[in-house]
Every structure is written in structure tokens, then in C-alpha cells.
Design a protein around this ligand. Sequence first.
Ligand code: ISL
Length: 560
Amino acid sequence: MGDQAWWRSAVIYQVYIRSFADGDGDGLGDIAGLHAELDHLVSLGVDAIWINPWYPSPFADAGYDVSDFRAIEPRFGTLDDAERLIAAAHERGLRVLLDIVPNHTSDQHVWFQAALAAGPGSPERERYIFRDGRGPDGELPPNDWRSAFHGPAWTRITEADGTPGPWYLHLFAPEQPDVNWHHPDVHADFLETLRFWFDRGADGFRIDVAHSLVKEDGLPDIAERDWAKLPFRLEPAPGVHQTDHPHWDRDEVHDIYREWRRTADAYDPPRVFVAEAWVPDPSRAARYLRPDELHTAFNFDFLRSRWNAADLRGVVDDTMREHRSVGATPTWVLSNHDVARHVSRFARPQQTGVRGHHLNDLAADHDLAVGTRRARAAAMLMFALPGSCYVYQGEELGLPEVEDLPDASLQDPTWFRSNGTDRGRDGCRVPIPWTADPSTNFGFSHTVAPAAPAAPWLPQPSWFAAYAADVQRGVAGSMLELYRSCLARRRADPALGDGELAWMPSPAGSLVFVREPGFGCVVNVDAEPLPLPAGWTPVLGSGDLVDGLVPPDTTVWCHR
Ligand code: ISL
């Protein structure tokens, strides 16, 4: 398995297991389906996979409500299947990252059930964050914190004798009570979970909402904070650092990651972490990547950047500077299971200085051909930048967002908690198409004819046929072949992956940079058609040169 610092240059493919491949025809993706399609990932040329939560779950939040961290959801398979999958991935040279969810458990977790049963003042309740309500009868939530999925971050319980009880904190859905990271049991149990999966071969973990675990003592109102005079946003505007937030990015959270790093470093080879931390200030985000903490973090500033040269350049410069300051390697990501697919984001008009990752922030008029062209150019920019990259399943097929899922099919808690005003994240989670055959859910379900599979857990639109993997395989100019070509070249070219870049002068609306030895990248975002610098020879393009010039919405890789 080679180089211990593999993660500094890796291309990591995100497997949203519910929607990747369905091995038993029940309409839900599973381990058997993933196992059967591992060779697709090998031929794509990725180095590792990250698998979204595969643990037992009532699926109130698509598996991020975990009821047992050291077992496998029966609808996905068994623990044996999981171990065989990890081994099969390793045999093919693919590393495997799992997903750990340390901010909360499911309300069905034994700890939470025990906390409810044990009653007021019990030690069982200390593992969660129960507080009495405000108001004469405790009928108001203990503070003003809001759930990421709309509504208050508190739910009041009813005690066994029928009397109204205290409230418990949930920064996400009510079915996801936050655990109390001031409690030693919580530390010990998550360390045991890390070891459980490391012992079974996992190469590392993606850490869900890594910046939220520690809450400020006394749980003060957010409105008390000076910065809260700004309009309240869960994800602060770029450049606005909400310092001293009572539940995001508390300094104390770093002690947890030092503890986790020691655990990961005790393995041979050392295991690795990637933080999911929507921390808007790059210097605060870099603190998670100090040498004794986490290895990498998702670069959401890149994901949120519009297709605009000045914005992109700013994100790259900030990223490089802040990562260098702690000796960490950057990551680059365009899409994931929480944001609208980037083909559709880039299909919208792109204003300078504004960022968005949900389509409802963006103008309605759009052109998917433009979005696709930009997505191709953006992928080639991403794969040329220094560090590691994430590919969200389906982006290699050029899938757009499914924007018109029927209301009755929606499952994201955001949709329910917003009373149907926020459609949530289901549009990027639709099971992906492998073949053009609708009778097998476009090849997503692996049933043997004449057995018909169950309907997929989210309906697939008929236009998915045109995006199917086997329709694109071997077809010059397809998104799939572009991704394969990029990853093959990236693997073969010592200039790519970890390292540095140097900008070359170029007209506004374009980005031109070199990487040593001998690599050059030209990105025309929205400038006039651009000549290649003297002495540069094109080796791969997201689109064709026109009269020898790089047209807008096009990236070209060169030898120089
Ligand atoms: O969706 C978001 C941004 O578009 C965020 O509010 C998101 O909820 C946040 O980034 C945390 O996400 C992670 O934890 C959630 C889970 O719903 C997401 O799928 C997961 O990626 C709660 O576990």
C-alpha cells in the first residue's frame, strides 16, 4: 500500500452508500453493491474511498443518526460484509475512510434510551445535554440556539410519569441528540469506536461536523454576542468570523483531536482524519490541521466559490497560505451529499464575490450545457491544484442536481422542519445511473431478470439514462472519460498532487499557473480567448482549443 503520506496527494471518491449501488434489489444501496462496483473506481483511477455512515440507523437524517457506532446497518449488510469490502478495496490498492459522527447519536442509541428511562438527575442523562426550560413552567427552550435543519435546537421530553420534563439539545434533527463532550464516557466510547474500525482495516475517518462538539459552559444565548447583531446565519458570510460562538469552533475542541491523533498514530501505518468543519475563517480552519491534530479538512471555500477567476484565485491563495502556516496539505472539493451538484450551480449566472452552494440562493435561469462546460473546467483546475481532491459519486458522470423531485418523495429533515419551504439536500442524493435500462433502476439495482427491483429510495428521472456510466465509458469527450484521463495523468505526473504552485501573469478572468517539473495549467473562466504561453504544449483540455486559443469556461493542461 506504499507511501505513508498517501493522503497528501490522494483523490478520494465519496461513496454515498444509500445511492451508489444496490446489491439486493431493495432500492437502497448497500455493501454488496459497492463491492460489485469497486472495479469502476479502480478504472476511474481514484486512490481511496470515503463511505458515508453505514451503521445501524433509523435514517431520520440518512444515516447521520447513528444508533450503534460499532455495527453495520442490516439493510447495508453485515460486519463480515464490511470487513470483506475493506479487504477487497485494499487488494485493489484503494484506501478506505469511514465516517464518524461524534456530535450526536440517534435518539434510538442505547445511551439516549437509558437517559430517557433513568429520569431526572441521573448519571445517564449527563452523557447528553439536558436542561430545564425557561419561563414559569419551563415551557420555553433553555436558550436561543437553532437547529441546522430549521426550528429550535431543543426538544422537551415527557417523563415516564407523564409530567413535562427538561429539554435536550440537538443542533441537527430532534432524532439526533448532541452528546456531552465534557463527559469522560463520551471520550472513551469514541476512542473505542475509532479503534474498532482501525482494527478492521479502516485507513481513517471523515469527522462529521468536527467543529461543533464542545459547547460553551452555561450554554449562553447567541444573541448575547456582539457579532450576533449581524443577521444570524449558521454559516457566517465569508470574511465575517463569528468569534467566540457558543457551539461552533470552540478552542477546547482541539484537545479532542489531539487525543484522536495519538490513537491514530499508534497504528502502523498511522490512520488519518479529514475534518468536516464549516469554519469560514481560513486561519481558524487551519488550527484543526496543526501537526498534532487532524491531517486534512474539506476546503469548503473552494466548494462555495462561484465560477469567477478572482474568487477562485483568492480561495487558492488563502488556502495555500493558511495550510503552509501549519505544514498541512490542502484539499479541494466541488460537491458532496449536502450541497447542490456543481453542474447545476455553475449553470446559474455567477456574480463576483457571492458564494452559494444551495440552488435557492441562485437565480433560476440556467443552462446545463454551460454548467457542464464549467464543471469540466473546474474539475481540471481542481485536479491540477496542490494537495488532495474529493470526487462526489456521480460528478464523474456529470450529473446535474435533480431539481424537480416530487414533494412526496422528499426525505431530508430540512424539508419537514422548514414546513416545506426548504427542499433540502435530496436532489444530489438520487441513486446514480450505471446503465440506460430503467427496469433495473438504471443499473443501480443488481437484481437478476426477471426479478424486478423495488423502486429506488428516491425516484430517478428518465433523463438519467443519458448520463449512465456505460453510456459514457469509452466515449471520447464524455465526462467519465475526462475524469479518467485527468486521474491517469495526475497519477503519472510527478508535478501533480502535493506541492506548490506559482502563478503566471494572465488577463483578468483567467488563471495560469505552473507546477514543477514541467507542468502548466491555463484556466479561462470568462476572459477573451487566450493564447497558450510560449513553449507550452497542450496535453489535455476540458474542451477544444478554438483557432489555437483557450475559449472561456475551459481548462487546458500543458507540458512546458
Ligand atoms: O448541509 C449543510 C450545508 O449545506 C450543513 O448545514 C450540514 O448540515 C453540516 O455541514 C453538517 O453536515 C453533516 O452533519 C449533518 C448531516 O446531516 C450531513 O449530511 C453531514 O454531512 C448532521 O450529522
